[in-house]
Write a protein that binds this ligand. Sequence first.
Ligand code: GLV
Length: 328
Amino acid sequence: MSKKVLVTRIIPGIAEDMLKQAGFDVTVWQGDRAMTKDELIEHALQANILLSLGSNKLDRSFFETCKHLEIVSQFAVGFDNIDVAAATDYKIPVCNTPDVLSEATADVAFGLMINVSRKMFYNHKLILRGEWKQFEPLKNLGFELSGKTVGIFGLGRIGSIMAHRCKGAYGMNVIYHNRNRNIEAETETGARYVDFDTLLRESDILSVHSALTDETKGLFNKHVFSKMKRTAVFINTARGGVHNETDLIEALQNGTIWGAGLDVTNPEPMQANNPLLEMPNVAVLPHIGSATIEARTGMARLAAENIISYFQTGKPITIVNPEVLHYK
Ligand code: GLV
C-alpha cells in the first residue's frame, strides 16, 4: 500500500508530481487559508506523512495525537511552529527547506534597507494621497549607505548573503553577532565578530537573520533599542517574535532609533491601523521573504525530496533532528 502524504496548503505542483512519481498517495488540502487545528488533526490521522507549512502549529499535543506520523517535512526554513523536542520524543524526523530561499530573503532585507534609508514607501504614500506638489529641497531627506556599518544578527545562510550584498554594493563595514563564530562566513564576507553590545553600539543598520528560539524571543526590546545609535535602522526579515513590537513603536516614536524595515511582524498579520504603517522612516512587508518563483519552487522540491530520500535511503536531505535517525 502506498504511503499517504497530507500537504496542508496548495504549494507549487512540483512537490505533488515528484511524490506521486515516487509512488506516494498525495492529498493536498484545497483551502485558501491555514487548516484549523481540528482540521489538521482530522486529516493528519488519515496520513502517514505530513508536508506542513509554518502556519500549522505542531505542538506536543498534536504529536501526542499524531504519533503515527512517519516524517514531517516542512515547506519553510523556519520551524518555530513545530515542537521539535516532542517530535523527537516520538522519533518523528522533522525536515525544513534551507538554502533554496536564502537569496530571495536576503534580497528583501537588502531592499528594506534601501527603502527605509530613503523613506521610499512613505514618499510613495504622499503621491497616493495627492500630497506631491513640488520638488522639496529640505523635506523627507534620507541617508546614504556607502561606508556605513551593517550589523548582522545571525550570520548564517541568509545573513551571509546580506553581508555580501552590503559589502559588494556599498563597501559597507560588516560586523556580526552569533551564538557561535562562523569562521567560514567571516572569511567569505570579511565580517568581524563582535559581542552583542558592540553590535548594538556600532551598527548603522542592524539586520536580524536569526531563528526564533527561547534565547531570541523578544530579544529586541526597549532595553536593547536604547543601546543602539539614534540614527540606526532596525531590519527584521527573520521572525516577528524576535522583536517586541510595542517597544519598537515606542523606540521609533521617541527617536531612540531612526527607522525600521520589517518583513515579519509581531503579531502576524499586522493590523492596518498599526502606527508603524504611518511612520516616514518605516517600511513593512507582509512576510514575503521567500516569495519568488525560484524560492517557492525550490522549497516545494526540497520538501518532496526530503520525504522521498527518507523512504528510499533512510536519510532525508535536510533534517532538523538527525538524532531520531539513530533510533530507527
Ligand atoms: C519563511 O518564513 C520560512 O521560514 O521559510
